[in-house]
Design a protein around this ligand. Structure first.
Ligand SMILES: [Zn+2]
Ligand SMILES: [Zn+2]
Ligand SMILES: [Zn+2]
Length: 196
C-alpha cells in the first residue's frame, strides 16, 4: 500500500540527472534507529535503487544501505507517530486530520512565486524587434527591458514583473530557482527539461 507523495523533492543541492522524483511511497516510514514514524511528502530514487523519503517534518529517511528504512501502512499499535508530520500532512491534504479539526499547512517553495523567477535576468527573455521589449522565457509575458552594465558592457535585463499565466513547469528538484536560457527556452540549470 502506498500513498501519493504530494510534493516534489525540492532541494537547494545539486541532483544528478539520473535521480528520479518519486510520486508514491509508504504511508509511514522510519529508520531502525528512530523512535517514531514519519509521513513522507516526497522522495527520490537513485540509480543504484536507493530510495530516500523526505518527511513532512524535515527528516530525510533512507539512503545509505538498501532498505535502510521501514515502511508501514499503519504503525504497529503503541508505536508513536511524529506530530509535525501528522499535522502537516493533514493540513496539506495528504492525510485525514488526526484531531478531527480543520488543519492548514501551506508549504513554501511549491507554489509559483509572486514575482516571476526571470525578473531582472539578463538572459531569460527573447528581445522583440524594436522598442526594448522582451518576451519572458519563464512566464511568457511581454515586459520592458532595462539597460544595465556600463558603456563598455551594455546589456539589457527584463524588469521585475509579476509571474505571468504561462509559467513553465518547475524542475521537480530545484523548482524555478535555477532557470537558465538554452536554445531560446528557460530550463533548469541541472539540465532537466521543464516542459512549458
Ligand atoms: Zn516527522
Ligand atoms: Zn516572467
Ligand atoms: Zn533542476
Amino acid at each position: 500500500m502506498s500513498v501519493a507523495l504530494l510534493l516534489p523533492p525540492a532541494t537547494y543541492s545539486n541532483v544528478g540527472l539520473d535521480v528520479e522524483p518519486l510520486t508514491s511511497g509508504p504511508r509511514f516510514v522510519r529508520t531502525r534507529g528512530m523512535s517514531r514514524w514519519h509521513r513522507p511528502r516526497s522522495g527520490r530514487r537513485y540509480p543504484d535503487d536507493r530510495l530516500v523519503y523526505d518527511a513532512w517534518c524535515g527528516y530525510s529517511i533512507g539512503g545509505g544501505r538498501k532498505r535502510a528504512f521501514l515502511g508501514a501502512e499503519e504503525p504497529p499499535a503503541g508505536e508513536p507517530t511524529c506530530g509535525t508530520c501528522e499535522g502537516r500532512a493533514a493540513g496539506a491534504g495528504q492525510a485525514d486530520s488526526p484531531t478531527g479539526r480543520l488543519l492548514i499547512f501551506s508549504p513554501r517553495d511549491i507554489t509559483p512565486p509572486k514575482n516571476c523567477p526571470a525578473s531582472r535576468s539578463s538572459v531569460l527573455f527573447e528581445e522583440l524587434p524594436g522598442g526594448r521589449v522582451g518576451r519572458c522565457l519563464a512566464c511568457g509575458d511581454m515586459q520592458p527591458l532595462r539597460a544595465m552594465g556600463g558603456p563598455y558592457n551594455p546589456r539589457y535585463a527584463i524588469v521585475q514583473h509579476p509571474t505571468g499565466q504561462a509559467l513553465i513547469e518547475p524542475c521537480p528538484f530545484h523548482r524555478w530557482r535555477h532557470l537558465v536560457a538554452r536554445d531560446g527556452r528557460a530550463v533548469c540549470e541541472c539540465g532537466r527539461e521543464t516542459a512549458s
